[in-house]
Ligand binder design. Structure first.
Ligand SMILES: CSCC[C@H](NC(C)=O)C(=O)O
Ligand SMILES: [Zn+2]
Ligand SMILES: [Zn+2]
Length: 404
């Protein structure tokens, strides 16, 4: 019988914990992380800003704790599953014959959280201690917006006391052999547009109805959407690279509500849009455009259900010592990297918003993107390869600024 690498067994154990929204078992994930901290030999704290939503903070103190520290962030929650669409129980962490570990959270992002832990375990086993302190935050509720997780954490005195200089967070899988590195994100704005109008009998040509007003607004949003889709198709960066999704802004009509009966003209109509504003767009200008789309119709209302007022990016050039350390390590390990704007939202946005540079990286190469999808999986060989990468990476980042 082939014995399993203990790091893989620990990863699978973490995957079996049902931290699935909307009722994540944070007690069990906390117990797992505290046990890991004890075994590895790093200190641990539980920070609670909202009851039942623990942030587990592990700390490996550096040789010079006064220097700005490194934050390795991961979220502990995972998204729900459509169980009947899976080839096995999504919380069994079954390993297939080819080594694929099938489980919710295998990519998003329990693999990253345990990789940080394994890297520290490896470095400690080699007798290393970093120059800079390394903190690991395991935060709740990223999958539902992070309001009771990272958003509260970054605003706390506890966070300020950590003196973070640089952070790592999640990225995305890549079907090709390159490693995706995200240096910014599009700002998520979820809006509800409400229109009101005349009612009457469904057989008549009633004027200025809620639906006709909403229709005009929707068309303006959809025209904008088409223009951005076109930009995505035709635009290239100055260096010749094609645009990615993160380089344009997107608009999707995701909610439509109106009507109570077929023969009654609705008094009110609502449309919900999922909007993602690219860092290539000025946020205030974007807001003006949206407001023009809506307020051109008399009496139309606009509500922001989700609004992030920042889409600043982390600089990726020689002026950023963290980026240089990251890039040089990838070069040394012959890893090609693709730098991009993350198309959706992660907890990194809260970190960048307060001016801390952050990169989003998940070492999941040669793997289909299956986050939030059925049969999410990660092959154990790629996971183990990632552990070597993270071990080297933490060694390098922890020593940024050290004299050789
Ligand atoms: C605005 S909070 C929602 C966060 C979610 N993140 C991912 C990665 O799917 C999203 O972008 O929809
Ligand atoms: Zn995630
Ligand atoms: Zn997710």
């Amino acid at each position: 019988m082939v014995t399993e690498h203990p790091a893989v067994s620990r990863f699978r154990e973490y995957l079996r914990i049902k931290t699935v929204q909307p009722n994540p078992d944070y007690d069990s994930s906390t117990a797992f992380l505290l046990r890991e901290a004890k075994e590895i030999g790093v200190s641990s704290r539980i920070l609670t800003y909202v009851p039942g939503k623990p942030i587990v903070l592990l700390t490996w103190e550096g040789r010079d704790p006064k220097l700005p520290a490194i934050l390795l962030n991961s979220h502990t929650d995972v998204v729900p599953v459509f169980e009947d669409k899976w080839i096995c129980d999504p919380f069994e962490a079954k390993k297939l014959e080819n080594g694929d570990i099938v489980a919710r959270g295998a990519q998003d992002m329990k693999c990253v959280g345990t990789s940080y832990l394994e890297a520290i375990r490896n470095l400690k086993a080699k007798g290393k201690q970093p120059l800079r302190t390394i903190h690991l935050s395991f935060v709740p509720d990223e999958e539902i917006g992070g309001v009771d997780g990272m958003a509260k954490f970054v605003k706390s005195q506890d966070f300020r006391d950590l003196n973070i200089g640089f952070a790592l967070d999640e990225g995305l899988a890549n079907p090709s052999d390159a490693l995706k590195v995200f240096y910014g994100e599009r700002a998520p704005w979820w809006i509800i547009v409400t229109t009101k109008g005349n009612t009457g009998h469904g057989s008549q040509f009633i004027q200025d109805t809620a639906v006709s007003k909403l229709n005009k607004i929707i068309n303006r949003f959809l025209e904008f959407r088409a223009s951005q889709e076109r930009q995505l198709e035709i635009s290239v960066h100055p260096d010749g690279r094609k645009y990615n999704l993160g380089d344009v802004s997107s608009v999707n009509l995701t909610i439509l509500q109106a009507g109570i009966q077929h023969n009654v003209i609705p008094l009110e109509a609502k449309a919900g849009f999922d909007i993602r504003v690219s860092p290539n767009f000025d946020l205030l200008r974007f807001k003006q455009i949206i407001e023009e789309f809506v307020y051109t119709e008399p009496g139309a209302e606009l509500e922001y259900v989700q609004y992030h007022g920042d889409n600043s990016v982390t600089t990726i050039d020689d002026s950023n010592i963290w980026w240089v350390a990251f890039r040089d390590l990838c070069q040394k390990r012959n890893i090609s990297i693709e730098t991009e704007i993350f198309p959706a939202a992660t907890d990194s946005r809260y970190i960048r918003e307060i001016g801390i540079p952050a990169l989003g990286v998940s070492y999941i190469k040669n793997t289909p993107v299956l986050l939030h999808d059925h049969n999410e999986r990660l092959n154990e060989k790629i996971y183990l390869e990632g552990l070597e990468f993270y071990t080297d990476l933490l060694g390098v980042l922890g020593d940024v600024g050290a004299t050789q």
